[in-house]
Ligand binder design. Sequence first.
Ligand code: LLP
Length: 467
Amino acid sequence: MAELLIDEYVQDGWKYVDGTLHCDGLRLERLRKELNDRFGWAASPVFVYSQSTLIQNVRHYTNALESLGGLGVLSYSIKANYNPRIIATLREAGTTMATCVSGNELQLAIQMGFPADQTILNGTGKHRWEVELAVRGNSLLNIDSLFDAQLVITVSRSLSVKARVLLRINPNVEAGTHPYLTTAHAASKFGVDDTLVDKVLDELRGAKENIDVKGVHVHIGSAITRVEAYADLMIASTQTLNKIRGSGWSGANIINLGGGLAVEFSSPLPSGYKGSQEVGKGNAWTKGQKAETEKHKVTTPSPKELVGAVTPLLPDNVTLILEPGRSLVATAGVVVTEVLGVKCSGERTFVVVDAAMTEVIRPALYGAIHPITYLSLPTRTQESCVASIVGPVCESGDFLAHDYPLPGPPPMTGSALAVWTTGAYCASMASNFNLRPQAMEVMVRGPDSYEVIRRPQHLADIIRACL
Ligand code: LLP
């Protein structure tokens, strides 16, 4: 039998002690009980975040960027997790800018204390109010297309101010990741195609008194394991920066290489597990799953390796912005979910838990793999089971994992599982499908210290806006 039991696994804040999972020293069975006493059924599933992991993740970047002196800047991509306490922790740990993709994210970033001129508004389509908000606050605005340039020009003229902009390019560099996670290939909706850069620059030059092109932005995609891809991006960005300088903005001095760095799983997968053999056979999901599984056989590059790969190519006196989301928050989060029951259908065993695609949509959407472990490990046994771990949502795509090997007999009703690496793109992509409330979130700060950072959602909260 494959060795499936984890006696002790440590990654940053997570550790099994005496067979039960602890986060920053807090026993999660204790947390479950206390939340249950306070909130009843609404306490599960729950997102649990490790504050120490968030801080360490920031430090990995700030330490790496230190080699650039003041010319290396860390900007958090809020879309990965917008919980205000998460944002506050990242900011206090040393993140100095925020990358936003909507007016609401921009407002939140400013409310959370990021100076407006230390924010970036990105987006393929922006409403006029969002552009106005960014232009008034002196944010950096990414120009994504000709029509986007025209909107920014119109707004900055009507406000009689000079907008600070970056030109988002599409350099047609393959990210080597899931098709839904790549953003810079020929058929992508993101950025200005190579052939249109001159045209967009001409348009902006026509409004030079209202537009200050500060540099280049590029984001190649997400979950990237090839650090060389960033070097390719740096080369393409430098060419565009020179073009911008030649077009009359000689002071342009920013290259923003986006986010995208993959993360190691925060818990090991059972050895030999390759993802579901069945889901999405022959379509993009299967490919994505394979890519995800294989990706984790290679070493995921660290922020230090990323910075090391691009620094030799960075032109003099140019500021490098990195705007990660996933690699700051993914490993800081775990979903703790209760087992509602076990059933068999045909040859298959289903472990039905109370977390679902409404909290963790990534397996359904990208065939993404999230390791799953017992919160408290069963006693060592030769027995094991292979199960589909699914939620209660009325949708066949509602699964957390298929064909997943678990140690021991199938888990008992009422016991709990941990779904790992769920700090990014899980709570922020949650939905109320089936009128399920958005799950609680808790930040653990130490062995005896935690804070509920999202209270349970009630039916009235969900339907309040329906008139
Ligand atoms: N900058 C830009 C312009 C972006 O579009 C993104 C992510 C980031 C930075 C941050 O990328 P990260 O470091 O988090 O990879 N829902 C997907 C991920 C979508 C990412 C979209 N853009 C997922 O669950 O994997």
